[in-house]
Design a protein around this ligand. Structure first.
Ligand code: NAD
Length: 477
């Protein structure tokens, strides 16, 4: 069976030296890998290693760092097939999506290899002297990530962290650490000095907490639940550490009366159900103009019923199982709450039948009609494959409903009137707005949340800046 070791100071710690856990496939419970479970002591050792490696890495020329990052990207691509397979087995997503995730992560390393070369400073001549502004690496970073995109979301942190000249300790999700560790191993194998990249495994409340609390880490880059982010922010305050927090979402999807309904329904189904709705920018609330509600609903149900569900390792599967039984139970609980409060079930709403599904955490993609804001499904993060629909009369009303949330990660609007699209985009309270497009993520552009969806931005030059400190040097001449 595959073995997943922690990487500390360039060494793969022998699995036998630790408590060992078995990671199982959510599609059938088959064992996938043995993982060593670390302790606070391992996290401390990894932080010490990253601290020791910092002077060398931070002073390495940007061209050299770029060269190593490109080599790392190449090695990740070379190993993409095997890493993707492990990702599907531990997380559940279809193999085609797992491969796309690994390749995208390699692309992020290439992007930041070049972004790091553009980390230029400033110069100003004044009447009393000269001023120089330097942008220098913040120090050792703790990179803490969730299970839904365990490789992609780690690459969003690793790329800018290394390009900025920081060293890191990564803590992948406890129950899906396999592919993420392979990703970091490929980066190390590309020739980075020992201690620049480190990976520890173990419970967030212990190993993750040590990375946050220990004064060695100067920056915490975290993606996960809002509650965990809140705790991390409070701890970071004790040492005034830099934080970037990518947290939960409750994304609205507005369909105006003048929208291309076929296109909107297909886009909605894809963004609501892909990765079984376990995406922070998934569609969680659908607001549809009264006059097109029937047509949109019919088309959405049609699109939903076409999706093929099964073991992610099988060809031609659109959706795999959910990641865990807890996720599935939470989805059922939110759905039941909605039905008890008057929602109408249009499709899905149960586990699929048949032997192939018996041992996995499968759930059919679900569409609900007649939803309203009293329902948990419209207010809390479900993180499951449910699209609840609520109708509206005016776009103004739809925007108010969309903004009536503690979250503000992504929002989407479909309309054929560009002015409506632009005005709505300006008024929607979210870090990313898609107008006639169902994805707000682009390597080059900032990604992050408003309100309780987070603080700071990843990707683009914003991602690099979050690993840099600014220094003003004043020259008296
Ligand atoms: P989680 O918060 O439970 O765990 C995330 C990571 O934090 C894991 O590695 C976990 O071990 C670690 N952790 C837990 N407690 C910790 C602590 N006290 N100190 C330090 N680390 C700790 O989140 P999850 O269930 O793995 O992921 C799902 C959540 O992630 C959802 O809320 C989802 O919206 C969010 N998410 C957000 C984005 C975004 O970009 N905004 C992207 C993907 C997922």
């Amino acid at each position: 069976m595959h073995q997943t070791h922690m990487i500390i100071d360039g060494e793969q710690l022998p699995i036998s030296s630790h408590k060992v856990e078995t990671i199982c496939n959510p599609a059938n419970q088959e064992p996938v890998a043995l993982v060593s479970v670390g302790t606070r002591q391992d996290a401390r050792m990894a932080l010490e290693a990253a601290k020791k490696a910092f002077p060398l890495w931070s002073e390495t020329a940007c061209e050299k760092r770029a060269e190593l990052l490109h080599s790392a990207a190449d090695l990740v691509r070379e190993r993409a097939k095997s890493i993707a397979r492990l990702l599907t087995q531990e997380q559940g997503k279809p193999l085609k999506n797992a491969r796309a995730e690994i390749l995208s992560s390699a692309g992020i390393l290439d992007y930041y290899a070049e972004e790091g070369r553009r980390n230029v400073g400033e110069w100003l001549a004044t009447s009393r002297g000269r001023s120089v502004v330097l942008r220098q690496p913040v120090g050792v970073a703790a990179l803490i990530t969730p299970w839904n995109y365990p490789v992609d979301l780690l690459s969003w942190k690793v790329g800018p962290c290394l390009a900025a000249g920081c060293t890191f300790v990564a803590k992948p999700p406890s129950r899906a650490p396999v592919a993420a560790t392979e990703f970091v191993r490929a980066i190390y194998d590309a020739g980075l000095p020992a201690g620049v990249v480190n990976v520890v495994h173990g419970p967030g409340s212990e190993v993750g907490a040590e990375l946050v609390e220990n004064p060695i880490s100067r920056k915490i880059a975290f993606t996960g639940e809002t509650e965990t982010g809140r705790w991390i922010m409070a701890q970071a305050a004790l040492h005034i550490k830099r934080v970037s927090l990518e947290l939960g979402g409750q994304s609205p999807f507005i369909v105006c009366g003048d929208a291309d309904i076929e296109k909107a329904a297909a886009a909605c189904a894809q963004r609501a159900f892909s990765n079984m709705g376990q995406i922070c920018i998934s569609v969680n609330r659908v607001y549809v103009a009264d006059e097109v509600a029937e047509e949109f609903t019919d088309r959405l149900v049609h699109q939903t019923e076409r999706l093929r569900i099964g073991n992610g390792l099988k060809e031609n599967v659109d959706l795999g199982p959910m990641f865990s039984n807890e996720q599935r139970e939470k989805t059922k609980e939110h759905m039941k709450d909605a039905l008890d409060r008057g929602a109408e079930l249009l499709c899905g709403g149960r586990e699929p039948e048949g032997e192939a599904f018996e041992k996995g955490y499968f759930f059919l993609p679900t569409v609900l009609d007649r939803a309203d804001h009293k329902m948990k499904i419209m207010r809390e993060e479900t993180f499951g494959p449910v699209a609840p629909i609520m109708r509206f009369e005016t776009v103004d009303e739809a925007i108010k409903l969309a903004n009536d949330s503690n979250y503000g990660l992504a929002a989407y609007i479909y309309t054929s009137d560009i002015a409506t699209g632009i005005q709505a985009a300006e008024r929607l309270e979210a870090g990313g707005v898609g107008v006639n497009i169902n994805n707000v993520m682009d390597y080059q552009m900032p990604f992050g949340g408003w309100k309780e969806s987070g603080i700071g931005r990843e990707l683009g030059h914003y991602g690099l800046e979050s690993f840099l400190e600014i220094k003003h040097i004043r020259l008296g001449i």
